[in-house]
Ligand binder design. Sequence first.
Ligand SMILES: *Cc1c(COP(=O)(O)O)cnc(C)c1O
Length: 375
Amino acid sequence: MNKKTWLEKAAPGIADLHPYIPGKPIEELERELGLVETIKLASNENPLGPSPLAWSQAQMVLGDVNLYPDDSGYRLRNCLAEFHGVSADAFILGAGSSDVLNMVARAFLSPGVNAVISAHSFAMYAIYTQACGAAAKVADPLPADHVDMPYGHDLDAMLAQVDDHTRVIFIANPNNPTGTWLQRDELKGFLDRVPSDVVVVLDEAYTQYVEDDRFPDGIEWIPDYPNLIVTRTFSKIYGLAGLRVGYGIASPDLLAVIGRLRAPFNVSLPALAAAEKALEDGEFLKQSILTNREGMQQLEAGLDALGLKTIPSVGNFLCVEFERPGIEIYESLLKKGIIVRPVANYQLPNHLRITIGSRNENKMLLNALNEVLSA
Ligand SMILES: *Cc1c(COP(=O)(O)O)cnc(C)c1O
């Protein structure tokens, strides 16, 4: 059988699926172009490396990896319970938070029902939805010339997409790839208006970077909204993307259903150990926030000096607009050993998403961009 025939045999939704395009790995670029000193500003990873506390704890347990990890992640869930001031049975662990997003999709989505998402939001929402044979209903974003939040989520437009067949709504706050965000009042008002039998996934992968006090902590709403699940990850600010660990927080009744989809031992032993310690590493968090704040200022100023427009972002990345297809700039930057992220698959063909790097990485990026644009 050829690929086409296999696709006909595949489960509903698989044939129309466009798989996730990850950031290009450094090793791959070096292999392809014979470069040696390349940098990656493509996947919103932490330029400071992993939390040192987490790193040493992961190393400590490597001698035990002949054993399966604790399936339910009892210790990490209890650390999280203390950290967030929520009971331990309100947590579900995932191999990255995308694992949790996938479980939610598989628990509630199937042919004939739909999930509502916003345009320009995290690609995995639509991918997991379609993989279940369900439809992704995409709400228009706020307009590109909106005064506060260009390209942001339009909650009214999202609500208008909700119908009797809607089972899940995915919201990223802040959103990737735009860096836009939703304020406490508007998001709370939205939750009040969503039918109580529709699951709302509030994806807070970048929440720790946000310094505006109008920014909400979705976890506070869990007791009031039994249909709400908040997801968090250790991949971004904690610097543990390579270990794959994240979590969801929701009412135990909702988690009991979602948890039916969790694969046994889905979070590895070193990932569990590292995540426990990462929660204690307040110093690393502070440093990471500071590095990001300074890097953001550096990049915004540098890009502005190059005459480039950016979408205002509260994350650890910036979406930059060009006057020609982003993919062309991307290719030119690759040749200079710099990996950024094309976002044409997010309906942003003239933008690139650039992760805030270290001071030196940001400088290299700005220099390279200057060369590319003046070439
Ligand atoms: C990076 C990211 C995630 C999570 O990735 P994991 O590594 O699977 O935890 C989730 N949502 C958004 C919006 C992201 O950018």
